[in-house]
Design a protein around this ligand. Structure first.
Ligand code: ADP
Ligand code: SF4
Ligand code: MG
Length: 464
C-alpha cells in the first residue's frame, strides 16, 4: 500500500475530519463552540498518543513505515465514535437538544482507538516482508533500474541589492541515460561539468528544472518516497565529511538500520552491523572505534557499509576513490565489483580518472559542460572514441610520456563558464575536429548513432 500521499496530506485530512465532526456535533448540541473545540482537540490528542504507545510497544517499530497510517486510522475512528454517541442520542431521542457528554465520549474514543490500533498493528505486521527488508537481497541482473530523460538542473544566480535572479548556472542541461541492475555506468568529465549535480538530482538533493527520473519505472520527481530514498544510496568522495567523528562505527551504521528498517534492539543492531562490516572486510574489533582511528580506505569502507545497511539497489559513487592512495583505490574498486557481482547492485560511478572507469565500468558516459557528448559500452568508447572531446580526453591519458617534459596532448583553450556557455555546441571553441563547421557555433548538437548502443552528440557526423 502506498502511504506517501497519505503522509503528505495527513495534517489536512485530520483537520478536515475533525472540523467536520465538530460542526456536526456542535449543531446538535448546546455547548459553546469554544468548549467543544477544546474537547475535540483533547480527544484527538489522547487518541493519537495512545495509538503511538501501542504501535511502539514491544519493539515493533518495524512498523515504522506504516505508523502514520495506524495513528491516522485509529485516532479518526476513535474521535468519530466519540461523536457518534451524542449524534445517535440526538437522532434517536425526540425532544429538546441535549448537552454534549464529555466523559462517555472520551472513554469511547480511547477504547475504540486502542482496539483499532491493536487490530491494525497485527494486520500490517503480518503483511511486512521483514526478510526482504532487512537482509541484503540478491537482485536479478539486467533489469531496468534507473532512467533519466532530458534532465536539467539549473542553479539560480542572485545579484543586486534585492538579490534577484540574474541568471543561472546550467549545471546539467538535458542529460539522458539509463542503468540496469548488475551494471556500472562510468560518468566521466572535467571538474565542474555537472557530474555531482547529476548525482544530487538522482538522490533528490537538488531541484530539477526539467526532465524526468524514473526509478524502476516510477517517476521520482513526482513521487520521491522513503522507499526510493532507501533504495538509492550515495557514497561521496570524502569519507571524513560523511562520517560523524563523535559517533562510533556501530552507531554510524546503526542509524539507517534504526530509521529505515526499524531494528531497535541493541543486540540485533550489533549483529546486523557486524555482518555489514564483514561485507566490506572490516572486523568485530572495529565496531566500537571512532572514525579517526581508521585509515582513508577503511573509512570509505565504513561509508560503503552504511550505504549497504539500507539494502539499496542503486549506489551512486561520486568519486569514491579520488582521495585514496592508488593501492587502496584498487582495493575499494575490487570490493565494489565483488559486492556488485554478489548482490547485483547498479552503480553510477562518477570519476575524472579514465583508468578507474576502464577497471570498473560496463558503460561509459562522457560529459562536457552540463551535457553528454558520448555514451556507449566501455570497449566501444575506449577502442573507438568518436566525439572530439572524448578523443582528446583519451589521447591525453595515453600519450603522456614521463621522460618527456612537454605534455603534448592538451585540449587547447579554457573550460568555458557554465553561466554563459558558448552557443551551439559547447565544445566548439576548443574543437579541432575535421567535422567542425560554422554551424557548430549556433546549432545544438544532435544525437548520432555510431554503432549499436554507441552515440555521440555532435552537429555533424564524424568524417570517417
Ligand atoms: N549550490 C550551487 N550553487 C551554484 N552553483 C553550483 C552549486 N553547486 C555546483 N555549482 C556549479 O555547478 C557546476 C557543476 O558543479 P558540479 O556538479 O559539482 O561539477 P563536478 O562534480 O563535475 O565537478 C559548477 O560550475 C559549480 O560551480
Ligand atoms: S558539434 Fe562541431 S564543434 Fe562540437 S564537437 Fe561536433 S564538430 Fe566539434
Ligand atoms: Mg563533483
Amino acid at each position: 500500500m502506498k502511504l506517501e500521499p497519505f503522509r503528505k496530506y495527513l495534517g489536512l485530512i485530520v483537520l478536515a475530519i475533525v472540523i467536520l465532526s465538530m460542526i456536526i456535533v456542535y449543531f446538535f448540541s448546546v455547548i459553546p463552540l469554544a468548549f467543544f473545540l477544546l474537547f475535540q482537540s483533547l480527544f484527538f490528542l489522547l487518541c493519537a498518543v495512545s495509538s503511538f504507545f501501542i504501535v511502539n510497544f514491544d519493539d515493533r517499530s518495524q512498523l515504522i513505515r506504516r505508523r502514520y497510517l495506524i495513528y491516522l486510522i485509529s485516532s479518526l475512528l476513535g474521535i468519530i465514535s466519540a461523536n457518534l454517541i451524542p449524534i445517535t442520542i440526538i437522532i434517536t431521542l425526540p425532544g429538546p437538544r441535549i448537552s454534549f457528554n464529555f466523559l462517555p465520549s472520551l472513554v469511547t474514543a480511547l477504547l475504540v482507538t486502542v482496539i483499532c490500533t491493536f487490530i491494525l498493528k497485527v494486520i500490517i505486521n503480518r503483511r511486512i516482508p521483514y526478510g526482504e527488508l532487512r537482509e541484503l537481497t540478491e537482485l536479478e541482473k539486467g533489469k531496468n533500474l534507473l532512467q533519466i530523460k532530458n534532465l536539467k538542473v539549473y542553479y539560480p544566480l542572485l545579484g543586486g541589492v534585492l538579490k534577484r535572479q540574474i541568471g543561472a548556472v546550467k549545471a546539467v542541461d538535458g542529460v539522458s541515460l539509463s542503468i540496469r541492475t548488475g551494471e556500472t555506468l562510468g560518468l566521466v568529465g572535467e571538474s565542474g561539468c555537472g557530474k555531482s549535480t547529476l548525482a544530487k538530482a538522482i538522490i533528490g538533493l537538488v531541484d530539477m528544472e526539467a526532465g524526468d527520473i524514473f526509478y524502476r519505472n516510477i517517476n521520482i520527481n513526482k513521487y520521491y518516497s522513503n522507499i526510493i530514498r532507501q533504495k538509492i544510496q550515495i557514497v561521496f568522495q570524502d569519507p571524513d565529511a560523511s562520517l560523524n567523528p563523535r559517533m562510533k562505527v556501530v552507531d554510524i551504521i546503526s542509524e539507517p538500520l534504526k530509521n529505515l528498517l526499524g531494528i531497535t534492539k541493541k543486540d540485533q543492531l550489533r549483529k546486523h552491523v557486524l555482518r555489514l562490516l564483514e561485507e566490506v572486510s572490516l572486523k568485530r574489533e572495529h565496531l566500537d572505534r571512532y572514525p579517526h582511528e581508521f585509515s582513508g580506505g577503511q573509512k570509505q569502507r565504513i561509508v560503503i557499509a552504511r550505504a549497504l545497511a539500507c539494502n539499496p539497489e542503486l549506489i551512486v559513487l561520486d568519486e569514491p576513490t579520488s582521495s585514496l592512495d592508488v593501492s587502496v583505490q584498487a582495493q575499494i574498486l575490487n570490493l565494489l565489483k565483488n559486492l556488485q557481482n554478489t548482490y547485483g547492485y547498479g552503480f553510477l560511478f562518477i570519476t575524472h580518472n579514465l583508468a578507474v572507469v576502464n577497471h570498473i565500468a560496463d558503460n561509459v558516459a562522457v560529459m562536457y559542460l552540463g551535457r553528454l557528448v558520448e555514451i556507449g559500452e566501455k570497449e566501444q568508447i575506449f577502442s573507438k572514441p568518436t566525439h572530439p572531446y572524448t578523443q582528446a580526453l583519451l589521447y591525453s591519458r595515453i600519450r603522456i610520456d614521463p621522460d618527456d617534459q612537454d605534455i603534448k596532448y592538451v585540449i587547447d583553450g579554457e573550460v568555458p563558464n557554465l553561466i554563459n556557455p558558448p552557443p551551439g555546441c559547447h565544445f566548439n571553441p576548443r574543437c579541432v575536429s575535421d567535422a567542425r563547421t560554422k554551424e557548430c557555433e549556433f546549432k545544438t548538437p544532435r544525437k548520432i548513432e555510431i554503432e549499436e548502443n554507441h552515440y555521440i552528440w555532435c552537429v555533424n557526423p564524424p568524417k570517417n
